[in-house]
Write a protein that binds this ligand. Structure first.
Ligand SMILES: [Fe+2]
Ligand SMILES: [Fe+2]
Length: 166
C-alpha cells in the first residue's frame, strides 16, 4: 500500500468516480441497483472527506499558508457534499428526488476532484516534498481504520464544522 498522501487520495478519487459512472450507466429504473451504488458512494465520500478534513487540509494549511484560500474553498465544497450525502442517506431510491440529488452530488464532487487533481495536488506536491507526503499518507492510512463510514456518525459532520471554525 502506498503511503504517499496524494497517491492515496487519488486512489480514493478513482474509486469514487468509478461508482459515479456505475450510477450513470444504471439506466432509468434500476432503483435497487442505484440505491446500492449510492450507499457505496456515501460511504466512500464519508471516509475520504474525513481523511482530508482531519489530516490533509489542516496540515497543508499549516505548512503552506499560501494555499489557505484553496483549503477554505475546499472545506466549503466538502460541506455542500456532506449535506447532499446526509440527505440522500435518509432517502429511498424510489423517492422522486433521489436521482436528481445524486446527479447534483456527482456534478459537485467531480468538479471538486478535478480542482484537487489539476490545481491543488501539484502545488502541494511541490511545496511539501516526498518525505512529508509519506508521513502524511502513513497517518491517513492509520486514520482510515477508525474513520466514520456513515453521515449519521457524529464524527462525520462535526469534524467538518470544527475544521472551519477552529
Ligand atoms: Fe476534497
Ligand atoms: Fe479529494
Amino acid at each position: 500500500m502506498s503511503t504517499d498522501a496524494i497517491v492515496i487520495l487519488k486512489n480514493d478519487h478513482k474509486t469514487i468516480k468509478k461508482l459515479f459512472k456505475e450510477f450513470q450507466d444504471a439506466g432509468e429504473n434500476a432503483s435497487q441497483t442505484k440505491g446500492r451504488i449510492v450507499a457505496r458512494i456515501i460511504e466512500e465520500l464519508t471516509v475520504h472527506t474525513y481523511l482530508e478534513n482531519e489530516c490533509m487540509y489542516p496540515e497543508v494549511r499549516k505548512l503552506l499558508p499560501d494555499l489557505e484560500d484553496d483549503v477554505l474553498e475546499s472545506y466549503e465544497e466538502h460541506h455542500v457534499a456532506d449535506i447532499l450525502c446526509a440527505e440522500l442517506h435518509t432517502m429511498e431510491p424510489s423517492d422522486e428526488r433521489f436521482d436528481a440529488k445524486t446527479t447534483v452530488l456527482i456534478e459537485n464532487v467531480t468538479h471538486h476532484i478535478d480542482e484537487e487533481e489539476k490545481d491543488w495536488f501539484p502545488q502541494v506536491r511541490e511545496g511539501l516534498g516526498r518525505k512529508q507526503l509519506q508521513e502524511l499518507g502513513a497517518r491517513m492510512n492509520e486514520m482510515r481504520e477508525k474513520a466514520p463510514r456513515s453521515p449519521s456518525q457524529p464524527s462525520a459532520l462535526k469534524k467538518a464544522v470544527d475544521a472551519v471554525t477552529a
